[in-house]
Write a protein that binds this ligand. Sequence first.
Ligand code: KG4
Ligand code: ZN
Length: 350
Amino acid sequence: MYKDEMIKVCEQLKNKKEVIILGIESSCDETSIAIVKNGREVLSNVISSQIEIHTRFGGVVPEVASRNHIEAINNVLNEALEQAKLKITDVDAIAVTYGAGLIGALMVGVSFAKSLAFALNKPLIAVNHIKGHISANYIEHKDLIPPFICLIVSGGHTAIVEVESYVKLNLIGTTQDDAIGEAFDKVARVIGLGYPGGPKIDAYAKQGKNNIKFAKDSLKNTFNSSFSGLKTAVINYVHTLNQKGKELPIEDICCSFQTEAVDGLVEKSLRACRKFGYKKICLAGGVSANSYLREKMTQRGKQEGIEVYAPSLKLCTDNAGMIASLGYFNLINNVGISDVDLDAVSNIDI
Ligand code: KG4
Ligand code: ZN
C-alpha cells in the first residue's frame, strides 16, 4: 500500500523543478546525512566520523560502530537540516544506503530512514553504497554525464565498470581476493602505522622510493586484480627484517607497495577505455583520495587523450551526499523505490 502510493508520488516528483533528497549513510564508521537538490547541488553533507573511537582498536569494531551510529544519527539529521536551512517537511524523498557494509551499522541507517519516510509519507529510495561512490563525481563535476568508465576503489571493493547510465553498470573487472583499501589498511597495520592505514601510507610514500619489488601482477593482461599476494609479500618482507633485527624502511615500503597496487589498476582502467571506446574515466571510493593514484591517472590519461574525473577529497570517502545524489537518479529512473520492509544487506553485487 505504502509503496504503491509512493510510486505515484515519485511520478509526480519527476515533473517538479527542484527535487530535494535527504540521504542517509551508515554502512561503516561514518554517520552521515546530506540534503541534495536535483542530484547535483549539495545543500548540506554532515559527516560524524568514528575514526578516533576505532583507532584505539586498530580497525572498525562492528558492534561499536552500530552503537555509535545510534547515538549520533539524530544530531546529524538536525545539523543537516540546519545547514541546509530546511525543515524535514521540505524534503521530497529519503534515500538510504541499504548495502553493502557492516550489517549492524547499515541497520541503524535503514531503520531510521524507514521511520522517517513512513512518518512523513514520503518515498523511501534504496541506494547501493558502491554505486553511490560513483555519484560523488556528479556532485563534483556538474556537466559529467554517463556513459564513461569508472575505477571503483574502496575498503570493500575494487572494480572497473562501464557506467552505461546513472543507474546501469556493467562490470568489466574486479578483484579476485582482497579489496585495495583492505590491502592498504593491512599493510599499514603490519608496519605499525595503525588505523586508518590508507591516508598514512599515502603520506609516508611521498618521502620514500619505489625500490622494493614485492610481487608481480599475475593478472596483468586481464581487467581483474589481486592484492593478497602483494599484501603477503609485504608481510613476509617485514617479518624477515624483524627477524634479522633490522630497521624497517617505512617510507620505501609505503612507496613500493603503493606504486605496485596503483599502477596496474591505472593501466587496466585505461585499457578498458580503449577497448570499450571511452574518452572519459572517473575515480570513485575511499582510495580515490590517494594522491599518487590521482596524479598517476591524470598524467597517464593526458598521455592517452582520456579525460580524468575524481571527486574532491571529502566526497571520496563515505558521505551521504553521494547517497542522496544517487537517490535522486534512482528515483527519476524508477530504481530502488522501496516499501517499509526494506532490509539491510551486507554483501551486494555491483
Ligand atoms: O569508500 P570508503 O570510505 O569506505 C568503503 O566503502 O570501504 O573507503 C575506505 C578505504 C579505507 O581502506 C582507507 O584506508 C582508504 O579508503 N583510503 C585511502 C586514502 N584515504 C582513504 N587509501 C589510500 N590513500 C588514501 N589517501
Ligand atoms: Zn564507501
